[in-house]
Design a protein around this ligand. Structure first.
Ligand SMILES: O=C(O)[C@H]1O[C@H](OP(=O)(O)OP(=O)(O)OC[C@H]2O[C@@H](n3ccc(=O)[nH]c3=O)[C@H](O)[C@@H]2O)[C@H](O)[C@@H](O)[C@@H]1O
Length: 441
């Protein structure tokens, strides 16, 4: 695991202060003969007050734009500064012919980090944006950032609700595409913190689309919807043309709202939009809040796990989809997105509006997923089976992917046994071989 390279990040506030002090000292020696000692002392005091005041103003700005109350990394302070701009340009640089330049929101997240790396590896320009919130262990997000950094992908620390940061990004880089993966994820957490879903998945989405709409050139937008939009739909497998008007969780409702909101931006402003309905994505560098991940931790530690079961004692099942397959789907969606047709916020003609299922087409029950983990971890789980508490879960998911297959060439190749083995191998190398890390979420 590459260490965080401080030099790759913009300067810290203390560095700013030191640099400014040097400038002041140079000026002072230059003007030494012009002022009396009392005047000089007065000017020094004045400058000190000004410096303190400007530092506090910046700090207040950062604080008010931080919605998640996590420690504020100091390099956030100089967004828009020359060092920041240089890093941004270099990260956005396209290194192949006919390459694209992509803003990836949620780049320190699970899917975002994988997609960013895949794009960078083939020579596309990639700039990340992430607020590094503490919904789950931010140290995992920082480790993903370090990984991306080692591949020269720069992640800007900022929220999709922060217009100032977005404006700066679009001012500096003419993004051809936006891969919007920043979101408040998790189905059941919406019971605890509903406003977080509205803040990220609705308000944040609109803030981002407003920027995309006004950008010149307008980028094509590919974004993460969710299999959860099928809600109470029980016709299997789920097709894009099936009903999605009966969400079972607020999370699902915000993703469904996202599909409607993106449609209006497509209709009015000519933004090219592709929504991808992900089906329970899993794999190395995954999300610690998801069942396969937290079960792995608890089984290893000999702690009990809770397995939800549907009504009539029916096992829950998910169309678990491996991360590499999802990445291929995302990249194919970017490559086939077609152009946005507006400029300066005005539409010149119709632009593509597409929605695709990205699933695996082979649902596996939760107890079967657990028994695979038991096998790979070589340890029995302490299972506590309870009836589904009615907090947003649906009994099963199952994707029909023929549309994505036809139009994106999407073809998942990793089954759950293979993919879970890869996850467990990664987990052991990340958490077990390196004793400094612990899973917290
Ligand atoms: O497909 C999707 O759209 C969604 O997939 C996952 O949601 P979910 O399928 O609920 O994933 P997990 O939280 O990992 O749960 C997987 C299964 O394990 C079950 N589970 C979860 C937690 C637990 O303690 N016990 C348990 O039996 C759930 O009921 C579910 O059937 C992601 O967490 C969502 O962000 C994503 O949008």
């Amino acid at each position: 695991m590459p260490a965080l390279d401080e030099d790759l990040f913009p300067s810290t506030p203390s560095k700013i202060k030191i640099e400014r002090t040097h400038t002041i000292m140079n000026n002072r020696s230059f003007h030494r003969n012009c002022f009396t000692p009392t005047t000089t002392l007065f000017l020094w005091t004045l400058l000190l007050i000004l410096l303190t005041a400007s530092y506090m103003t910046i700090q207040t700005f950062v604080d008010t734009n931080n919605h998640h109350h996590h420690p504020i990394p100091r390099h956030h302070l100089i967004i828009g500064g020359p060092h920041w701009e240089k890093k941004l340009r270099s990260s956005a640089q396209i290194r192949r012919s006919h390459g694209i330049s992509v803003l990836v929101t949620g780049a320190a997240g699970f899917v975002g980090s994988h997609v960013s790396l895949a794009l960078r590896k083939r020579g596309d320009g990639v700039v990340g944006l992430d607020n590094f919130n503490d919904y789950y262990d931010p140290s995992l997000k920082n480790a993903r950032r370090a990984l991306l950094n080692s591949h020269n992908v720069f992640i800007v620390e900022g929220d999709i609700n922060n217009d100032h940061v977005l404006t700066k990004l679009f001012d500096v880089v003419a993004f051809t595409h936006v891969m919007h993966l920043a979101a408040q994820a998790g189905v059941r957490y919406a019971m605890e913190n509903p406003h977080s879903y509205v803040n990220s998945n609705i308000a944040g989405l609109v803030t981002l689309l407003e920027q995309c709409k006004s950008a010149d050139p307008q980028p094509a937008v590919v974004w993460a919807s969710s299999s959860s939009v099928y809600g109470l739909n029980d016709k299997a497998p789920f097709s894009e043309s099936d009903r999605t008007d009966r969400p079972a969780s607020l999370y699902a409702a915000t993703k469904k709202a996202g599909e409607a909101i993106t449609h209006t931006y497509n209709h009015i402003h000519g933004l090219s939009i592709t929504g991808l309905r992900f089906f329970t994505v899993y794999g190395p560098w995954g999300r610690p809040d998801m069942a396969y991940f937290s079960f792995t931790k608890d089984i290893r530690q000999g702690k009990p796990i809770t397995i939800f079961r549907g009504k009539n004692r029916v096992d829950l099942a998910r169309d678990f989809t491996y991360i590499d397959d999802i990445v291929k789907g995302c990249v194919a969606a970017l490559d086939t997105s077609g152009k946005s047709t507006g400029s300066g916020g005005k539409k010149k003609g119709p632009a593509p509006y597409r929605i695709y299922n990205l699933g695996n087409t082979a649902p596996v029950s939760v107890p079967t997923m657990v028994s695979l983990l038991e096998k790979y971890l070589n340890k029995k789980a302490k299972k506590h089976v309870v009836t589904m508490p009615g907090n947003g879960d649906v009994p099963f998911t199952n994707a029909n992917i023929s549309l994505a297959q036809r139009e994106l060439g999407y073809k998942p190749t990793t089954d759950l046994p293979t993919g879970l083995k890869k996850f467990v191998d990664w987990y052991e190398s990340y958490y077990v071989d390196d004793h400094r890390k612990s899973v917290s979420y």
